[in-house]
Design a protein around this ligand. Sequence first.
Ligand code: GAP
Length: 481
Amino acid sequence: MSTPVDQLLPAIIAHAKEYGFVFPSSEIYDGLGAVYDYGPYGSELKKNIRDYWWKSMTQLHENIVGIDAAIFMHPTTWKASGHVDNFSDPMIDNRDSKKRYRVDHLLEAKADEFTQAGDSAGATALLAQMDTLLAAEDFAGLKQLMADNKIVCSVSGTGNWTDIRQFNLMFSTQVGSVAEESDTIYLRPETAQGIFVNFLNVQKTARMKIPFGIAQTGKAFRNEIVARQFIFRMREFEQMEMQFFVRPGTEGDWYKYWKEARLQWHLGLGIAAEKYRFHDHVKLAHYAKEACDIEFQFPFGFKEVEGIHSRGDFDLTQHQIYSKKKLQYFDNEINQNYVPYVIETSIGLDRMFLLILSNAYEEEQLTKEDGSTDSRVVLHIPPVLAPVKLAILPLTKKDGLPEVARDLMNECKPYFKCFYEEKDAIGKRYRRQDAIGTPFCVTIDHQTLTDQTVTVRYRDSMVQERVLMSQVRELVSAQIQ
Ligand code: GAP
């Protein structure tokens, strides 16, 4: 039985908290808006997603290398990148509630209402009008569009709005003890600039030849005004970004290549293709020549999980101008010096985490052999990403079964994350593993003592089979590559 769509996100949030995936930040002080902490299983899942992405970029592509740049960067970086002047969103305040909203979020929420009421054409038309007005920075037109669609503040219930204004999303802080303007630095709003400023350092030290990529994962910070939908939109989040440097003139082909390659990465996790779609941008970010989102069908509708952007030579050229240092590449195939063009792939790690949880969560009704019914909550997390790969469960605490189970634990734990448990009935133990998405459980029973076989129980099908204990490590390893 699938959970009704409107109850799915609350159910996932509650499950994530109860089973140690995600907690509100500093919860004992009532939390901090749009900031979250990852618990024991959440931090494993997050790390596994990060590793899976890192491996696909830097191990499976011979022409991509990684870096780990600092969060703090010289403040001129953000002047050059355009973030000081352009990284802002049109916002509007409600005069009665004093609440501030991003205008595109209000209009998107209205479009979602149309879709839920069965008026997909109305939703599409509204979003198309919004895109056109945003692209033209027509704030009066956007305010009129809100009025035409009777958009009101969810707190005050009124449409008593201020004019639309731009607000910068960067957090700033001070270096040193004196708060002078020259000491102001920013918490990076994207990891990409750490890659651009290191372009020549990396190209030279790793002896890279164009086309090549530089990958990075790390924290980014944005002062999001309307922060909602759990870890979908956070103020502190993590990005996994890759900048691919190409010869000018080839960027169109590489843009197509990365659009397709990134979709295939998602589908390679076994997630249904119909849950994904591309959204080509009409309003382009200040740096982009061509851009699209990969959207996923979250419990609250199709939303962006990843962006692919053709950034031209914008960033490197800007850093050349502001730093007065050359950021060029000598291409000996064509005997020319040039500033490379860039194709960027940028995915939010936390958003990918929510994607995996949303896709995995199921409240399943079960009919037993005797006709009685039961239920379980199971997370169908792809085995390669699962926080725990194998649970090792001796049937009883005596008769030498724990000792045999411990031997298997010691054999497997250097290779993948295992979990050992003796407590409670075996059915209860299976349910707990289902709830954290453990793909394989192994039970050691009295038969094990005589023929060295164990029962392997598969999470998704709940099928059980006997295999030789000596085969368990290989069986699990083969499924988690
Ligand atoms: N360097 C390009 C860049 O930052 P973006 O579309 O602003 O592009 C890329 O962000 C990805 O980062 C998004 O697709 C999303 O997955 C993630 N992201 C952006 N803002 C976020 C936020 N406030 N909370 C969580 N993830 C976010």
